[in-house]
Design a binder for this molecule. Structure first.
Ligand SMILES: [Zn+2]
Length: 271
């Protein structure tokens, strides 16, 4: 998955430091990031190409720090590349992860410029990864939205669906956000019932995956159906739902997401 960057190690301890030569600089334009043109590997700008400071610090991978640059200067020889499957597949592995995770912090700061209690401009905390209000001391921490991705199984069959928003896209799994007051297993049962009309039981945790592009924590789960296997689709969410045998599942699935890992694990008989 996207966070699997070993032997590199991600450090998100809040210890901002002044940039040193070679540290990474992330520059975003909507859902894309700046990388060097004309080469297969992802190479991002590095210090001192751009004037980042300690205040722009994001996190570190091994001993390389990463900074968020929002100024107007653009180094020559670079281009924007969109966040998509082709980008996630390019090496070195820590750069797609850094770009996605940096985007989480970048967009969170962009959406929280003013205090929700008193309206004053927020400023970065000096002691933790947070924004604080200098007027009323209200503190805002990064938003992380938990969402379930569910492998609905019936013996050797897996239910896969298509979204009404991407009817020509690939099959994926039932997914949805946790609601207030729910446990993970409650979310799984509710989302499955809402989206495909099935009752499920025996909810098991599989793995999780941070997904900074939309600020989510994707929680992969497995469950078994109870009773009828006949689906009733939520028409404004799901356009198609199909039971796949293990041998019918495509081979060319992306492995950067927990959804891809879940589907591959089922196809390969691991779950
Ligand atoms: Zn305030």
């Amino acid at each position: 998955m996207v966070q699997d960057i070993a032997p590199a190690v991600y450090h998100n301890e809040f210890v901002p430091r002044e940039p040193k030569r070679g540290d990474g600089i992330l520059i975003y334009d909507r859902l894309s990031v700046l990388v060097r043109s004309g080469i297969d590997d992802l190479v991002i700008p590095s210090y001192p190409d751009l004037p980042v400071t300690k205040d722009d610090y994001l996190f570190s991978i091994d001993d390389r720090a990463f900074y968020d640059y929002s100024g107007a200067v653009r180094p020559e020889g670079y281009e924007m590349v969109a966040f998509n499957n082709e980008m996630y597949a390019r090496g070195p592995r820590e750069i797609p992860f850094a770009a996605i995770t940096g985007y989480h912090i970048h967009s969170w700061k962009g959406y929280h410029r003013f205090c929700g209690k008193c309206g004053s401009p927020l400023v970065p905390s000096l002691t933790e990864r947070a924004l604080t209000c200098p007027n009323c001391r209200h503190t805002i921490y990064p938003d992380i939205h938990p969402a379930v991705n569910v492998a609905i199984t019936d013996g050797d069959r897996l239910l896969m669906v298509k979204s009404v928003h991407r009817p020509n896209g690939p099959f994926h799994l039932v997914a949805g956000f946790m609601e207030i007051g729910e446990r993970i297993e409650d979310t799984v049962k509710r989302e499955v019932k809402e989206e495909v009309g099935l009752d499920v039981t025996n909810v098991r945790y599989f793995a999780s995956q941070p997904w900074g592009i939309v600020g989510n924590l994707q929680i992969g789960c497995i469950c078994d159906i109870v009773g009828s296997d006949v689906t009733t689709l939520q028409c404004d969410e799901i356009s198609e739902a199909v039971w796949f045998g293990r041998e019918e599942i495509p081979l060319d699935l992306g492995r950067h997401s927990v959804t891809g890992e879940l589907i591959c694990a089922f196809r390969d008989g691991i779950i």
